[in-house]
Design a binder for this molecule. Structure first.
Ligand code: ING
Length: 308
């Protein structure tokens, strides 16, 4: 017996600062329609999939900053996306900038069922970059300025016949992300990212940006016996080249589908959730092999403390 989900990793090319929500939603709907044609059940969109990656700019005008956030989901600009997904019988995950009714701001991802119901919401835990304007940088990375810290943590949901989790972008670089969801039985982790090729504090890493992207997601998949779907917003966005590298990774750690370019492109795979079992029941049988009594420092310490 196999529990199969056919998944579309729905990569987006650049979104311009002045692209309207309607223009972007039109691109997302085109992805839904192509995914349906290819027999998909679930479509995974990138992080901040409704706007350009605005944390690249230092802004002080509250109205300008707020223009990048959604006050309601679905809202007037996104209802068409929910309606088309429901009409096609497709589930999807979507990354966007969330402004809550109380005025809090999050880098958010939602999981939406085939009937348009929002099953789950995740708010980004690992906010990279910095809080203040750092003019020495070719471009800013002000996620610590524009987004509040997560109040959801890492959760999973029973959906599409399995146990699904979500994370966002920088989260994928931290092994704790996958393990916390692995300890909740995650069989598939959906994540989107907006990753500049150039990392101002570490330019010598730039040539390895695609390698690091694949490395961390393949490791997370294998070490937790789960599928990982990583989806880029890619290409040269407002003068900042962003990596592609969208891919679907099996519990074996092998990439089974990947995009070729840096534009709007689907990578599709038939994902058998039962493929998780041979890893979760042997090599990564957590209950049989983990030794949490020796892992205390992982939770007790934030930064490393060196020996005397
Ligand atoms: N972007 C980047 C990411 O983690 C980054 C930030 C780039 C970190 C390069 C390290 C190296 O993929 C987001 N949005 O988190």
């Amino acid at each position: 017996m196999s529990r199969q989900i056919t998944v579309a990793a729905a990569q987006l090319g650049p979104i311009a600062r002045n692209d309207s929500r309607a223009q972007v939603v039109g691109r997302l709907i085109a992805h839904l329609q192509e995914a349906k044609r290819l027999g998909c059940d679930l479509v995974v969109f990138p992080e901040l999939a409704l706007t350009t990656f605005f944390p690249r700019w230092f802004m002080t005008d509250a109205a300008e900053i707020d223009s990048f956030f959604e006050h309601r989901m679905p809202g007037p600009d996104t209802q068409a996306l929910f309606d088309e997904a429901k009409r096609l019988g497709l589930g999807f995950s979507l990354g966007y900038a969330e402004r809550t009714p109380e005025g809090r701001h999050f880098n958010t991802s939602i999981l939406v069922d085939r009937d348009g119901t929002i099953i789950g919401k995740y708010r980004k835990v690992h906010l990279p970059g910095h809080r203040e304007h750092e003019p020495w940088r070719r471009f800013q990375h002000l996620e610590k300025r524009y987004f509040d810290e997560s109040d959801t943590g890492f959760r999973v949901w029973r959906a599409f016949g399995g146990i699904l989790g979500m994370c966002i972008c920088n989260d994928r670089r931290w092994p704790e992300t996958y393990r916390v969801m692995g300890l909740q039985g995650a069989e598939m982790i959906l994540l989107g990212y907006n990753t500049p090729v150039h990392n101002p504090p570490a330019p010598d890493h730039d040539a390895l940006s695609l390698h690091h992207n694949t490395l961390v997601m393949q490791a997370g998949a294998y070490q937790n016996g789960c599928w990982v779907v990583g989806v880029a917003k890619a290409g040269n966005e407002e003068g900042v080249p962003m990596i592609g590298g969208t891919q679907i990774i099996a519990p074996s750690g092998m990439t089974v589908a990947a995009t070729r370019g840096e534009g709007d492109e689907l990578a599709v795979a038939v994902c058998d959730l039962d493929a998780c079992l041979s890893y979760k029941s042997t090599t990564f049988n957590f209950a049989a092999h983990r030794m949490p009594q020796h892992y205390g420092l992982i939770v007790e310490r934030r930064g490393a403390e060196l020996p005397p």
